[in-house]
Ligand binder design. Sequence first.
Ligand code: TTP
Ligand code: MG
Length: 397
Amino acid sequence: MDKGDVMPGRTIIHVDMDAFYAAIEIRDNPSLKGKPVIIGALPHQRGVVSTCSYEARKFGIRSAMNIKDAYQRCPDGVYLRPSFEKYEAVSSQIRKILLEFTDIAEFVALDEGYLDITYTSHLFGGPEQIAWEIKKRIKNELQLTCSVGIGYNMMTAKLASEEKKPDGFYKIMNPEDLDALILGRPVSVIYGVGKKTQEILGKYGIFTVKDLRQLDMSFLKSLLGSHGIDIYHMCRGIDHREVTPNEEAKSYGRETTYQENTNDFNFIRNTLKEIVKELALLLKQEKKWCRTVTLKIKFSDMNSITRSQTVEEPINDTNTIYNIACKLLNKVERNRYIRLVGLSLSNLTNQSFQQISFDMLDNAPVKKDRLSNTLFQLKKKHGMNVIRDPIDFSNKR
Ligand code: TTP
Ligand code: MG
């Protein structure tokens, strides 16, 4: 271990909520407590598992699994569609609590964030006190559990929070703690080592972190390109990334990786529909409009393509965004299997075209925008699935 590479004195906390969407649904409907709860789609609907309760995980159900497969494993489970607006609201409450302990906070997902408490931990009695206080506050105020890890950089903090999930607490305070924890573990524990990298390494007989540490940097680079250099450092616990407070978003994106590759375009459209619903809701919550919609497709051979469309007039309604996404999907060749589908909305503006020229115009788009906002307000009040946007399926081939 190159001690010179460990930044002295950094203390990072990583917080990750347990079974986030499922835990919120169970909290809000206590009759679901103790049951296998699967969030994503209803049985016999097309869709993938967003997440599931720990009870459902005992049946082998995991995020991104096809709902059909989940149902086969657990026909007696409770299947629910996601209510993103509820999850977003809880996420804001969590962020508010976490920001009380430091300004240097980076939220990387709705349920996950890093805090650099190097300069503030003494105000609260030390890192462990902060970790336990966070867990207590989230439990008392939100009736939810989270797992908290303390590390000497972002990578070790994340490893620590994963260690005792759910409702966990763990700390990795120095390289010795890290070595004791991970040397014998599979290479996949290292941040950045996914399935594909694991497979490549496996071909060279590299299975554990200890094996990985035997490789020199030039060999890893020749095998994995610049990614190999990152892995060389990460497997030694060297991670200079800084916790970077979130800037105002320049784009909103979501992607889904399928557990099994698919070339069923109806199924993919369905995934896109769910993604669009979530992104449109985000736009409305942030009072944003977008002008560019970008579709990302990763094929089974890991090659990716993106297809974009930019419109003149800023948009934020589900129907319009979904139709553009479908048009972009129609440009994708049909004979290849798809592993991942993603969508991002960029070229964000604070005002819609209609708002800018509201006084001058009294035409259909204005009404459409008003209708869309009304639907949003109703959905917010009564739940996502009460009112369905009139999605136009004319794009289906
Ligand atoms: P995770 O933190 O990965 O999962 P989790 O909080 O449900 O469970 P864990 O206790 O293992 O942390 O993701 C947070 C939320 O993001 C999750 O509740 C649902 C959503 N999500 C998806 O929609 N699709 C996915 O593939 C994943 C991984 C998560
Ligand atoms: Mg989580």
